[in-house]
Design a protein around this ligand. Structure first.
Ligand code: FA5
Length: 341
């Protein structure tokens, strides 16, 4: 009998030597101490044992069971330590390696310049008014003294949805909407996206304009010149020169276009400025009396000045960008140059 017990124990020792995972240990537990396991089966032979020997036999079976379980426990401890060691080895990290640095976003150059322009004018007492990008023929043209079929409509190659609904080709409708809702004195800026069927190195089909409007008693061309000279001084370096050129806009009389010296050639003449040495940044003028009257403002009592500038143009001049399209390609290498943090 003792030999049978020793054999079971010996067999458990040998089996345990060959296991290498917790799953195998669990299988072995079933083999030895499970319901039909080798140790448990010994108890079933109790009926063949002489009654006076039964308690000794029962104790021996229990002792054997405890010994086998203790062998399992020892092996389990060893295996767990081994598995933990292997896991640590697998998941080892070198805490001395440098971390991955986070890329920090920055404002788009157009937003940097737009904010600078808005700040320059807000510092001179202007308020901001934003109008809709999809607007009517009335606000974009008729109320600006450009009747239907007027040749001046060709100045802005407009995208129409219907005969009367269009993508605004300039921010000048902001003038009309403000004058309809506000009594003078008025001093507003109307920034936003505008759309035209234009596409080359200095023209984009979608671009940003900022409209400025001042309406008060006695506003004159001198005020316009002083205001824009001050603005150019704030925006550009001291070497940048300004030029006021007579021009035509149906909504201003007289009208001017303001040019600054070319960023690329500094006035010598190059492909960007088409050999002239100058780049136009804005259109401006004294608000046409018809426009004031159509918006309900007495043109005998009040006069106004207005200007509309292109944010892309000013950005290109400030940063020496020769192709407007680079501003919309979202090339991170290009955009990173403007991250001043
Ligand atoms: C106008 O849009 C007038 N509404 C401006 C104005 C307002 C005049 C108030 C008088 C009084 P113009 O079409 O010239 O004007 O455009 C103004 C500026 O927008 C230009 O000087 C230029 O800087 C910019 N611009 C015009 N077309 C484009 C384009 N396709 N891409 C990028 N910038 C443009």
């Amino acid at each position: 009998m003792q030999e049978q017990f020793n054999n079971v124990k010996q067999s458990a020792i040998i089996d345990l030597e060959n296991v290498s995972s917790m799953r195998e240990i669990n299988d072995l537990k079933v083999k030895y101490v499970g319901k039909s396991g080798l140790v448990t089966s010994l108890l079933r032979t109790m009926k063949d044992i002489a009654p006076e020997m039964r308690s000794t036999f029962g104790k021996m079976v229990n002792d054997l069971k405890e010994e086998v379980l203790s062998l399992f426990a020892q092996k389990e401890t060893l295996l767990k330590e081994k598995e933990l060691k292997e896991r640590f080895e697998r998941e080892k990290i070198d805490v001395t390696l440098p971390g991955k640095s986070q890329t920090i976003g920055s404002l788009h150059p157009l937003n940097i310049v737009k904010n600078k322009i808005l700040n320059a004018f807000c510092g001179m007492g202007f308020e901001i008014f934003e109008g809709p990008e999809i607007d009517t023929d009335y606000y974009c043209f008729q109320a600006l003294n450009i009747p239907k079929d007027h040749p001046a409509r060709d100045m802005q190659d407009t995208f129409y949805f219907t005969e009367n609904i269009l993508l605004r080709p300039h921010t000048s409708p902001g003038q009309v909407r403000t004058m309809e809702n506000k009594k003078p004195p008025i001093k507003i800026l109307s920034p936003g996206k505008v759309y035209r069927a234009d596409d080359d190195a200095s023209h984009s089909p979608m671009f940003h304009q900022i409209e400025g409007l001042v309406v008060d008693k006695g506003v004159s061309l001198c005020d316009l010149k002083g205001l824009l000279d001050e603005f150019v001084k704030i925006m550009f370096d001291d070497d940048t020169k300004t030029r006021f050129r007579p021009s035509f806009f149906p909504f201003t009389e007289p009208s001017v276009e303001v040019d600054v010296t070319c960023c690329k050639c500094h006035g010598k003449g190059c492909s960007l400025c088409k050999g002239t040495g100058w780049i136009e940044i804005l259109g401006a003028g004294i608000v046409n009396k018809n426009v004031l009257e159509m918006s309900g403002i007495d043109s005998n009592e009040y006069s106004g000045l207005a200007f509309g500038l292109g944010v892309e143009r000013i950005t290109m001049i400030k940063y020496g960008i020769s192709d407007i399209r680079t501003l919309f390609e979202n090339n991170v290498k290009f955009l990173k140059q403007f991250n001043r943090r």
